[in-house]
Ligand binder design. Structure first.
Ligand SMILES: [Zn+2]
Length: 293
């Protein structure tokens, strides 16, 4: 069988009309064009693969007994994600669980369509799952006043902090990291190449962003939660970081380097979680300073 380059495979996919125009679950939600940029899938480490877009991270884990997907990007990028998964030689139908970092449409808008296409169970925090089931952000979300609705995920399951999702040889642990959204979750697992195992962290967004009349100054409990989440990510065992938006941790540069064959693997960086936390802390402080001035 001839293996097409990923972009050629995508062009074929869209020319064949696989993207259905009357499908409610894949109706486009307008957003940053970078989030829709095609990105060739690639192996990050061991059985862990990047299947996201140019601006949104998604990770696929081959557990040996089915697949785990983390995050889903937008409704209109679902066909691209499915193409990425197939391009790596996997079957979309073998996804057993889809884990979610936050109920914002750029990370969860495609969940309903991907769950339908795979039959996978969608799992996140209880607060996040309630938002996914409703198809809209939690009322206490700092961006609640400006977020568009997204296709509801009727069967989204809520779990507790520290819950472990087990499949095949893989155990993925939920680390609650509220602040950017009330229900945000980071996920961590071990990926191995032979005897060499590394701690992988898929970190939720820790950005202090708000809309409407929301201020962090007037919501000290949200600010405290975000600070605690930043501290928590900073302290995680972390050899390899994937941040929900790759460019928030230099992931875009690492992906390009890895794709170009860089060695050693640019994603293997034990300081990455600390740097990500430091950036988020600076961003929160800048926001508080702006609100005070
Ligand atoms: Zn967000």
């Amino acid at each position: 069988m001839m293996i097409l380059p990923f972009t050629a495979a995508l062009a074929l996919l869209f020319a064949s009309g696989s993207a259905l125009h009357d499908d409610a679950l894949t109706q486009p939600i307008p957003g940053n064009p970078d989030w829709m940029k095609p990105q060739s899938p690639l192996k990050l480490y061991g059985d862990t693969y990047f299947v996201g877009t140019g601006g949104i991270s998604m990770v696929l884990i081959d557990t040996g007994d089915g697949l785990i997907l983390i995050d889903a990007a937008l409704p209109q990028t679902v066909a691209m994600t499915e193409a990425s998964i197939r391009h790596l030689g996997f079957r979309v139908e073998d996804i057993r669980y889809i884990l979610n970092t936050e109920a914002h449409y750029d990370h969860s808008g495609g969940l309903a369509a991907l769950a339908r296409g795979s039959g996978a169970e969608v799992i996140t925090s209880s607060i996040g799952a309630a938002a996914l089931r409703a198809g809209r952000a939690d009322a206490h979300d700092p961006q609640a006043s400006s977020l568009p609705e997204q296709p509801p995920v009727p069967d989204a399951r809520g779990i507790a902090d520290g819950h472990v999702v087990r499949l095949g040889d893989t155990a993925v642990t939920a680390v609650f990291t509220p602040g950017h959204t009330p229900g945000s979750v980071s996920w961590t697992w071990k990926a191995c190449e032979g005897e060499a195992c590394v701690d992988v962290v898929f970190a939720s967004s820790l950005n202090a962003v708000a809309s409407g009349s929301f201020t962090y100054t007037a919501q000290p409990e949200v600010t405290a939660a975000l600070r605690a989440s930043i501290d928590r990510v900073e302290a995680l065992p972390c050899d390899l970081l994937i941040s929900a938006h790759p460019d928030n941790s230099g992931g875009d540069v690492k992906i390009a380097a890895l794709q170009a064959g860089a060695t050693p693997n640019p994603f293997l960086d034990p300081s990455a979680c600390r740097a990500y936390a430091e950036r988020a802390r600076g961003r929160l402080q800048a926001r508080l300073d702006r609100e005070a001035s």
